[in-house]
Design a protein around this ligand. Structure first.
Ligand SMILES: Cc1cc2nc3c(=O)[nH]c(=O)nc-3n(C[C@H](O)[C@H](O)[C@H](O)COP(=O)(O)O)c2cc1C
Length: 229
């Protein structure tokens, strides 16, 4: 067994959602390296349900502009990414996140216009030099979305191990039609999420939210461990 903390632990713990990026560019080769690591993520029967659109430069700008217009027009149905109501156990965590996030932005949570402007920053990939859009064949079931989550976390950890930062962004899924047109998505493919990738601006308060997690004893129940004591 390891006597020292594994390096991977420090990389995993150092990942955080970054929402203000420096303009420093990231090369295509660096992204290929990250995706080359991420493709080793496991999937049910090795089905590998991921498809990634990696965007930079004018292509990213054009998509961002179209999404900003769609967000301003506000005539797309809201994305129901949570049930209403949220399970009671999840509610305080969501509230705590909202308090820290809008608090850092100086936005009152009842100020819907300011909140909408803040969420609009998603579509600029928070100023990151690279934006990614992840898609899946929509006929696949929730188990394949589970595979996708493993892949996404592997992308984020591989990025972090190279000094890069990310933010996974489900917000993009609301504008599936706009994205499908711009990126010529295969028919029947859904947007899973987007992701911003680049170097964090560590001077920004919004990058220092330190979103807390429950301790292990709050979400895990152990049984049968004392039988051989
Ligand atoms: C699948 C997924 C979708 C997310 N979507 C968004 C999003 O659309 N916009 C955003 O600002 N953050 C988004 N986040 C970031 C979460 O808010 C963040 O991971 C969470 O609050 C925990 O904070 P941490 O990642 O800094 O530890 C998303 C995270 C995940 C995993």
């Amino acid at each position: 067994m390891h006597s020292e903390t594994p390096i991977v632990d420090a990389v995993i713990r150092s990942r955080k959602a970054v929402r203000v990026f420096l303009p420093d560019t990231v090369s295509r080769g660096a992204i290929v390296d990250i995706l080359d690591v991420a493709r080793s993520a496991p999937s049910n029967s090795n089905t590998q349900p991921w498809h990634v659109h990696v965007l930079s430069g004018s292509v990213k700008q054009r998509l961002s502009a179209a999404l900003a217009r769609a967000h301003m027009d506000d005539n797309h149905p809201p994305l129901q990414h949570f049930p209403d109501p949220l399970p009671v156990a999840c509610q305080p965590r969501q509230e705590e996140f909202g308090a820290r996030y809008y608090g850092a932005l100086g936005i009152d949570k009842t100020d819907t216009a300011a909140r909408s402007r803040a969420s609009g920053r998603n579509f600029d990939f928070f100023g990151a030099p690279v934006g990614m859009i992840f898609t899946i064949d929509a006929c696949l079931k929730k188990y394949s979305w589970l595979d996708y989550g493993l892949f996404l976390q592997t992308v984020m950890i591989a990025a972090r191990a190279r000094g890069l930062d990310t933010c996974a962004q489900v917000s993009f899924a609301r504008y599936h039609g706009v994205i499908a047109d711009h990126l010529e998505l295969a028919p029947g493919h859904d947007v899973v999420c987007g992701m911003s990738l680049g170097y964090a601006d560590e001077s920004s308060m919004i990058n220092r939210l330190a979103i807390p997690r429950e301790s292990v004893d709050r979400f895990a129940r152990f049984a049968g461990f004392d039988e051989h004591a």
